[in-house]
Design a protein around this ligand. Structure first.
Ligand code: AHR
Length: 324
């Protein structure tokens, strides 16, 4: 049975609870004056990650957290080791954005074995192996399939040519947003026979790699006129590559993307990017709220879903001051 409870959170997006309810199988969390909280960040090589880490630091004082925050520098193995170290330091609760779906499962299992409740934030793990309400309390994050679908729908509505030749820049291979943003976009775009995805390659959610991959793909597919990037950093990298090649992003190449960073909103205002579907990094206040509800014995649904907005020429200027 589904239920939807609208929460009052500081997240800019509307947040709703949906999907399965967590059970007593996850370790309990005692109500305390202060909590020792672990936040095991995966990397800090882009504005999204930096904003997310800052959101946890900004929340720590108000939520009575003694925060231990680590940075795995893009290594899933280090992220697992960081969680090991947090367990050894006696954290009360773990917030984990798993870099990839499978390699972080041992971290989830070890935290549970140590009696530490885990909340996955912004990315999830392989649902066939680790389950909310059993191995971790809940996943706090967006519907990535829907994000990809909404990017495709904007393109279908706004592309005015006869033939869309699409290059897709994928996020980190094996990560939940890369898997799901691809599925959501590809499935929806396949319903419109004006479009063909001629290449789909990973840029690891990084600006530099996105630029390099775009440079290579441009050689093989000089007729590309649409770029779908799984995040804004890769979209900005693609814009740089296109401009270096003498192309005009926003004029002869339509750029669609996901996140809502400051650089992306500026690119929309400048007419270089068409749309970015929001994926908010501001998880600190939501993490505090859900953790306190869990400590109070309230039922927590397996997926605390963040609702995302869409930024286009119509509203980018209204939101750039709040962007990161
Ligand atoms: O997990 C969310 C994704 O991770 C963001 O879209 C991306 O920019 C980040 O690195």
């Amino acid at each position: 049975m589904k239920r939807r409870i609208i929460l009052g959170t500081a997240l800019s997006a509307l947040v709703a609870f949906s999907a399965g309810i967590a059970t007593a199988d996850t370790p309990p969390l005692a109500q305390k004056e202060r909590y020792k909280v672990g936040f095991a960040q995966m990397e800090s090589n882009n504005p999204w990650r930096i904003a997310e880490t800052k959101s946890f630091h900004d929340t720590a004082e108000a939520c009575n957290w003694d925060l231990i925050a680590t940075d795995a520098a893009g290594s899933a193995a280090k992220q697992v080791a960081d969680v090991d170290s947090m367990i050894a330091q006696g954290i009360d609760v773990l917030f984990l954005p798993p870099r990839e779906e499978k390699p972080l499962i041992p971290a989830v299992m070890k935290a549970k074995a140590a009696g530490i409740p885990t909340f996955l934030v912004d990315r999830s793990v392989d649902p066939n192996v680790a389950k909310p309400g059993e191995h971790f309390v809940a996943f706090l994050g967006s519907d990535f399939i829907d994000q990809g679908k909404r990017a495709a729908e904007w393109l279908i509505e706004n592309f005015d040519g006869d033939a869309g030749v699409i290059v897709e820049l994928e996020g980190t291979t094996g990560s939940s947003p890369a898997n799901d943003r691809k599925k959501g976009f590809d499935d929806r775009i396949a319903e419109d026979d004006r479009f063909e995805i001629v290449a789909s390659q990973t840029g690891d959610f990084a600006r530099d790699l996105g630029r390099q991959v775009m440079e290579t793909l441009l050689q093989a597919h000089p007729d590309v006129n649409v770029v779908y990037a799984h995040n804004d950093e890769m979209a900005i990298g693609a814009i740089q590559a296109l401009e270096l090649a003498g192309r005009k992003p926003g004029v002869d190449v339509t750029i669609v993307s996901i996140d809502g960073t400051r650089d992306a909103l500026q690119a929309i205002i400048d007419g270089k990017m068409g749309v970015t579907v929001e994926s908010s990094p501001f998880f600190g206040p939501l993490a505090c709220e859900v953790m306190n509800k869990y400590a109070a014995g309230e039922e927590i649904p397996g997926w605390v879903q963040v609702k995302d907005r869409v930024f286009t020429q119509d509203n980018a200027a209204d939101h750039i001051d709040e962007a990161y």
